[in-house]
Design a protein around this ligand. Structure first.
Ligand code: SF4
Length: 199
């Protein structure tokens, strides 16, 4: 039986838009499903959850942290944002921008799993502790894990600092989070080029 991929995406989006599986549905204004190419997508970026700007617009990474992420990808790595799929562990904003709880992440995980199944990317980039620890089922922190290419379910997982952390740590000195992220985005670009050459 052939699967109509567009129908699968539409059904998943509708499911998320009406979801009341966890308490975050009570305080959200909009669900934030994710955006990017829905076919032939090499790289998926996974953040922790929507913030105020994302909750207001229904789009991922559009606030200050999102703008910084876009700048780092495009100016630091030459990676157009529109070439990546961007989503989060939870699709509704946790109040006061707190981290999502394990229960909330668990309730929402079926949607991320379905997105990854439909996209079947080569690389998943996790931003910060929450998505990195959730997907890898580890208690190791982002400082130890960032910049490593980790084999995860047969694809590559690449943890990087969350752009919100970079907003709070503005130094560009050698070894600073921004400097390390600059290196990471270059490593990501090199991997994308390598994958493109092989396809
Ligand atoms: S965070 Fe996820 S599981 Fe919870 S209500 Fe929103 S879409 Fe549903």
């Amino acid at each position: 039986m052939s699967i109509d991929i567009n129908t699968a995406w539409d059904e998943l989006k509708q499911k998320v838009a009406g979801c009341q599986k966890c308490g975050l549905c009570r305080t959200r204004n909009n669900t934030v499903f994710g955006e990017g190419p829905e076919i032939n997508c090499r790289v998926v970026i996974v953040g922790e959850g929507p913030g105020a700007d994302e909750d207001a617009t229904g789009r991922p990474f559009v606030g200050k942290a999102g703008q910084l992420l876009t700048g780092i990808l495009e100016n630091g790595g030459g990676i157009p944002r529109r070439s990546l799929y961007i989503t989060n562990i939870v699709k509704c904003r946790p109040p006061e921008n707190r981290n999502p709880s394990r229960e909330e992440a668990s309730s929402c995980s079926e949607y991320l799993e379905a997105q990854l199944l439909l996209l079947h990317p080569d690389v998943v980039v996790t931003l910060g502790n929450v998505p990195t620890q959730w997907l890898l089922k580890t208690s190791q922190g982002i400082t130890a894990l960032r910049g490593q290419w980790i084999n995860w379910r047969g694809i590559l997982l690449f943890p990087m600092f969350h752009p919100s952390f970079l907003l709070r740590n503005d130094s560009r000195a050698k070894g600073s989070p921004k400097d390390l992220t600059w290196q990471d985005v270059k490593s990501l670009k090199a991997k994308i080029d390598e994958l493109n050459k092989g396809s």
